[in-house]
Write a protein that binds this ligand. Structure first.
Ligand code: PGA
Length: 240
């Protein structure tokens, strides 16, 4: 079975509810006009932009960038599953490097989130990636590091998608080379039989070369996806 390509946009701390709606309207129109059917499109807006997405959810899978492993409760500043249920959101990013490094999410916390949201059948994009000092120690050290981020989660979980995002390539404009991506994805495929997305400074000009790599099943895009025309262009290019 050939899996569909997956292209995901991670808004991070960008877009309001208003601009998210405008973005989704344009994206939805674009997908219908171009009859894009061989790519699964996902969008991760900030949680304050969650809304009734029923006009869009035929073509676009809308997910959460983060949530706490609870239905509700006393976790000031965080949201729970109830807030996702209100808008029929069934997809979530877990383990993004910005959560790991800026918000100091430990692997233990990430494991709890994974267990909780997988127990409800969420589609999970689980993010892994090595820092520059590990990359500089070579491929074996890099794979060890990534394996360590994978070892405590259920790799057989049916709604699991992996995103390989080398930390040094995120938001820096420095994309991994095609060889780097090929090598890491090939090694990862030997460990885990799930779709593996690449993320880290993906843009229109490198998107096709990256998705043409055999073991790349899609893209997780930040910066270059925030402008709707740029994102549509990437979808168009990958769709060729
Ligand atoms: P970037 O972010 O495309 O801006 O590098 C990717 C990500 O963090 O998912």
């Amino acid at each position: 079975v050939v899996n569909k390509m997956i292209i995901a946009s991670n808004f991070k701390t960008n877009h309001t509810r208003k601009s998210t709606r405008e973005y989704l309207i344009k994206l939805n129109n674009f997908i219908s006009e171009k009859s894009i059917s061989n790519i699964d499109i996902m969008v991760f807006p900030p949680s304050v932009a969650f809304d009734n997405f029923k006009d869009f959810n035929k073509h676009i899978d809308i997910g959460a960038q983060n949530a706490y492993h609870t239905i509700r409760g006393s976790f000031t500043g965080d949201i729970g599953k109830e807030h996702l249920d209100e808008f029929n959101i069934n997809s979530i990013l877990i383990g993004h490097s910005e959560r790991r490094t800026i918000f100091n999410e430990t692997q233990d916390l990430i494991d709890l989130k994974f267990k909780f949201y997988s127990s409800y059948g969420f589609k999970i994009i689980y993010c892994i990636g090595e820092p520059l000092e590990i990359k500089e120690q070579g491929i074996e050290k890099t794979i060890d590091y990534l394996e360590n981020q994978l070892k405590s989660i259920d790799l057989d979980y049916k709604n699991l998608i992996i995103a390989y995002e080398p930390i040094w390539a995120i938001g820096t404009g420095k994309t991994a080379t095609l060889n780097d991506i090929d090598e890491v994805h090939t090694r990862l495929k030997n460990i885990i039989d799930k779709p593996i997305l690449y993320g880290g400074s993906v843009k229109a000009c490198n998107s096709k070369d990256i998705t043409d790599i055999k073991n790349v099943d899609g893209l997780l895009i930040g910066t270059a996806s925030w402008n709707i025309d740029d994102f549509c262009r990437i979808i168009d290019i990958v769709n060729l």
